[in-house]
Design a protein around this ligand. Sequence first.
Ligand code: PLP
Length: 226
Amino acid sequence: MIETNLLQVQKRIQEACRRAGRNPAEVTLIAVSKTQPLSKLMEAYEAGVRDFGENKVQEILAKAPAMPEDARFHMIGHLQRNKVRPTLKHAGLIHAVDSVRLAEQIQADAKRGQLCVDILLEVNVAGEESKYGFAPDEIPDAVQQISRFPNTRICGLMTIAPFVENSEENRPIFRNLQQLSVDIKGKNIDNVSMGVLSMGMTGDFEVAIEEGATMIRVGTGIFGTR
Ligand SMILES: *Cc1c(COP(=O)(O)O)cnc(C)c1O
């Protein structure tokens, strides 16, 4: 079941890449395994998945140590400052940094643990009240401030697009995030790279890939409905 779903998703990634004239190797598929038991993660692992996305620190702490060494965990959910320290041990990339205060906490805990932590800044492109993230016009200033943190490295941007019936409706959202990333890159800020664009989920990842996504986060499409 998971293997079949995965093959389908991979085929759709390849087709979207072909339409966009992109190399599929540029797109990392993150299997969003939140709420799924370890047995399902192992099934995905056996089918070739190495990148897993979780949105709760508790789940990462329970699952990461039980998985093979080369499984990578991405923290894709809202992170509270008091949960940063345990997260750093197990999450390779923190996708949803949504305030300078959170980045400060990551810096402090990273320094204490003598780590360098890769992060993405979450952008609330659509300006949805219910969502976390920086407003697009807050990003340049936030990037400048966070770029000075020696143990924290900004690797790109992330967004959670609105839930829509027709994925085309999210194309302008993805395009805006990509443009913002190009703008920041053009500033050539030390300690900041814009190599990662984390955008696109089960319902809209093809459009996201066409607009430049380098990481897509797919849960339902791989594991079925939660
Ligand atoms: C749950 C979740 C996903 C995956 O959603 P699906 O629609 O199941 O693919 C992606 N990103 C984030 C941040 C999530 O919380």
